[in-house]
Design a protein around this ligand. Structure first.
Ligand code: PLP
Length: 359
């Protein structure tokens, strides 16, 4: 196999691109990826399996996922006419948005630090990407710097995660309005964690004509099913349907997501439990010396180790059986930072005790 041929044929931007790294979690308590720690209850499994058993695996899935969209509209309080684009996770929706708006010279803007996939997906398509630092102390938006960057780069796309990953804080509707007015292109509000906030700004898409809102079922229990949804004006959504591959949501995921939405009360209780655990863990971490923890509206907390090197504490936690996300090196504002996703109550307790003995 000739490497020089591969190099010659690969797009230049792809040669420098790093793969999204996922740590091996075998044998560890998994508190690194914002998954819902609660498995589907035993009592519900037979019903779920019956629904899966009815799937005709020899047939292609419904390319429009009609039943799932009907249930999602009811879940989101949307009218029967409103459009939804579904993605294989919001990751795929990010890709579709970029592909659709990837004209020559089109650029992408994000406040940073934020969700790594925006940059990764933009760069995989050869688009130019610009990050604008958040305010270092509390990770608020630097609105003046954002407006200056919009003026300068005239971006086709602005991604705003609210609450933001990995900082956990939200962006206000006023800020979003200001940015939408200034943007020549599309503003994508990524509400991956809105269930943990208990509210969504989806309604704002009706009067902001360059705003679309993205959500996902991943963080509330269906990370394995890969279902993300995008809502907004049909004028933006319709072209995405043309770049979307016809069977992107497989039959098993469609059925599973419908099943989960039917039993949404269960997932809501889990969200409530996770929020309670988050507030308790936040309080406990705030009392620890040698540590800074930021308030969070999500199912994770961002910490900075002050008394030791962050990566050292990451390794000590891993040696103690707990996998968190090491963010040191991911961005200049994340020096010695770790991100911990809420686990089961006993897992959170284990994390706290290993961390205590490490610090
Ligand atoms: C986790 C996460 C996603 C990814 O969601 P999937 O639907 O699982 O692809 C998107 N945006 C943000 C901000 C996230 O943290």
């Amino acid at each position: 196999m000739s490497n020089s041929r591969v190099e010659r044929l690969l797009a230049p931007w792809l040669q420098a691109l790093q793969q999204y790294h996922v740590e091996d979690a075998a044998g560890l308590i998994k508190m690194d990826a914002m998954e819902n720690p609660y498995p589907l209850p035993e009592a519900l499994r037979p019903q779920w399996l019956q629904a899966l058993a009815r799937v005709e695996l020899n047939r292609y899935p419904d390319p429009h996922a009609q039943e799932l969209k009907t249930r999602l509209r009811a879940h989101l309080g949307l009218s029967a006419e409103s459009q939804i684009v579904l993605g294989n996770g919001s990751d795929e929706l990010i890709h579709l948005l970029l592909m659709a708006l990837n004209r020559t010279g089109a650029s992408v803007l994000c406040p940073e630090p934020t969700f790594a996939v925006y940059r990764l997906a933009a760069q995989a398509l050869g688009m130019s990407y610009h990050g604008v630092p958040l305010v270092a102390s509390d990770f608020a938006l630097d609105l003046a710097a954002m407006l200056a960057a919009i003026e300068r780069h005239q971006p086709a796309l602005l991604f705003l995660a609210s609450p933001n990953n990995p900082t956990g804080n939200t962006i206000s509707l006023d800020e979003i309005r200001t940015l939408c007015r200034a943007m020549p292109g599309l503003v994508v509000l990524d509400e991956a964690y809105c269930r943990f906030v208990g509210q969504s700004l989806l309604a704002a898409t009706s009067d902001l004509d360059n705003l679309v809102v993205m959500q996902t079922l991943s963080k509330t229990g269906l990370a394995g099913a890969r279902v993300g949804m995008l809502m907004g004006d049909a004028a933006w959504l319709e072209p995405l349907e043309r770049v979307r591959m016809p069977y992107n949501i497989n039959s098993l995921s469609q059925v599973t997501a419908c099943f989960a939405l039917e039993h949404d009360a269960l997932f809501q209780r889990q969200v409530d439990d996770i929020r309670r655990e988050r507030d308790q863990l936040f309080a406990a971490l705030s009392d620890l010396p040698g540590l800074k923890v930021w308030p969070s509206k999500t199912n994770f907390l961002l910490l900075r180790v002050l008394s030791r090197a962050g990566p050292e504490v990451f390794r000590a936690l891993r040696d103690g059986g707990v996998l968190v996300k090491n963010l040191h090196g991911a961005h200049a504002l994340l020096e010695n930072c770790l991100r911990v996703s809420l686990g089961l109550p006993q897992e959170n307790a284990r994390f706290l005790s290993v961390l205590r003995s490490t610090l």
